[in-house]
Design a protein around this ligand. Structure first.
Ligand code: GAL
Length: 416
């Protein structure tokens, strides 16, 4: 009898504990493509294993513009999600509104300061306190190619310069295939644009023109050459590109309809989900002229201030899980990125990820490591939006001359 009552008390305590500690975690993200959905499902699994309820708040639209709009309306109406995929300078903007939760207790217990590169930790902090948890490191300046297509059209070596690239693209075109798979959002145009600028001008020029937004650099001969090269790339895309999602463009490469795509390594998540093997079925290479540089894009989740104790506990567990070794490995294997947590084993990762990891470290030493503007890592959202629009206008309208395109971009860069 005594034993039974003790058991009942113990059960009651556990149940009470669960009521206080388990919570619902509503997570706003934009990972809806095949590879992305597989990746985020791993986070859901980990959270469910901890007893929490995962409320999925997926807003379709690569690059996250749609998600950002939805997030704003939820926060303005006083009903923020527990966590949202926010990154780069936007983290600081949200934190300055006073709506983000302080993650220092988790960060301290989990030793984030020791486990993160300083460049990343700084972005996750507002006034010295952690307000976001980083997920991964994506490299943006990649070129993806279908091996069978290149073989078929007689391209025997992967192009390393833009001149070599155009020779290869011409061969693909002559064979009746699409040289460059491209889609139709401004971030996709800018993803290609920033790789072209990096390849034509190098990391220092990239920084001056696209990060410091220096008017001299933005109106220089190097920028002129970049825009000419960018327009030439456009000539190798198909007429159906406008409006196409990035993952459908990747599918064109996977299905041997197109030869190349300029896209960050979330594209690798699509190749992997389709069972394709790097080095065999497809090639990953730095975009022409950018082998010594690296445009980085760190995904992260910011947590919003919530009142419910269970929800707060779930948030803390989510933050800890994101930086944990289990999640860092399995998520990044699916996503195409590399772990952001230092000292992780790369044994299970493929050659593209190993190259990314090596180049991330090497370029940090040589000055070739630069934040991606296309993916919200470098400049304030207002200026970023304005230059993206100017670049897309130039890309989509062949009647805009290079000189006018350059003027429009320089003017947009002055947006405060
Ligand atoms: C990027 C994001 C990636 C990837 C991509 C396409 O901005 O950082 O995680 O999902 O957009 O949606």
């Amino acid at each position: 009898m005594l034993k039974l009552s003790k058991l009942a008390t113990a059960v009651a305590l556990v149940v009470a504990g669960a009521a206080v500690h388990a919570g619902e975690v509503e997570v706003l993200h934009y990972w809806t493509s095949g590879g992305e959905a597989k990746s985020v499902a791993e986070l859901k699994k980990i959270m469910q294993a901890k007893g929490h309820t995962w409320k999925d708040f997926a807003v379709a639209g690569g690059g996250g513009d749609n998600a950002a709009t939805v997030l704003k309306s939820r926060v303005v109406s006083g009903n923020p999600p527990a966590a949202a995929q926010i990154k780069g300078p936007a983290i600081q903007e949200w934190a300055s509104e006073g709506v983000l939760a302080n993650l220092d207790a988790t960060a301290k217990a989990e030793k984030w300061d020791e486990l993160l590169p300083t460049v990343v930790a700084d972005v996750m902090k507002y006034k010295g306190s952690y307000v976001a948890a980083p997920v991964n490191v994506h490299r943006v300046n990649w070129m993806w190619a279908n091996s069978a297509v290149l073989k078929k059209v007689g391209v025997t070596t992967t192009p390393k310069t833009w001149d070599e690239f155009f020779v290869a693209a011409e061969k693909v075109k002559k064979a009746g295939l699409i040289p460059v798979a491209h889609g139709g959002q401004n971030w996709q145009d800018f993803t290609t644009f920033e790789s072209v600028v990096l390849g034509v001008g190098g990391a220092k020029f990239f920084t001056d023109a696209l990060i410091k937004l220096d008017q001299k650099a933005l109106t220089s001969a190097t920028m002129k050459k970049s825009l000419e090269t960018f327009r030439k790339v456009k000539g190798y895309t198909d007429a159906a590109a406008p409006g196409r999602d990035w993952n459908l463009a990747t599918a064109m490469v996977i299905q041997e309809k197109a030869a190349f795509q300029f896209m960050g390594d979330w594209a690798k998540g699509e190749f992997s989900a389709a069972g394709k093997v790097p080095g065999k079925d497809y090639i990953c290479a730095a975009a022409p002229g950018t082998a010594n540089a690296y445009t980085f894009n760190v995904d992260s989740f910011a947590m919003f201030k919530l009142k419910d104790a269970g929800a707060q506990k779930a948030q803390a567990d989510l933050a800890a899980a994101i930086m944990g070794t289990e999640f860092q490995e399995v998520f990044n294997l699916n996503k195409g990125s590399i772990p952001v947590r230092l000292k992780m084993s790369m044994d299970k990762f493929d050659d593209c990820a190993k190259l990314s990891s090596k180049d991330f470290v090497d370029t940090a030493k040589t000055g070739g490591l630069v934040p991606s503007v296309a993916h919200g890592m470098a400049i304030k959202p207002a200026a970023e939006g304005a230059i993206k629009d100017a670049v897309s206008q130039f890309w989509n309208d062949d009647k805009i001359s290079v000189a006018d395109g350059m003027k429009n971009i320089a003017k947009a860069a002055a947006t405060k």
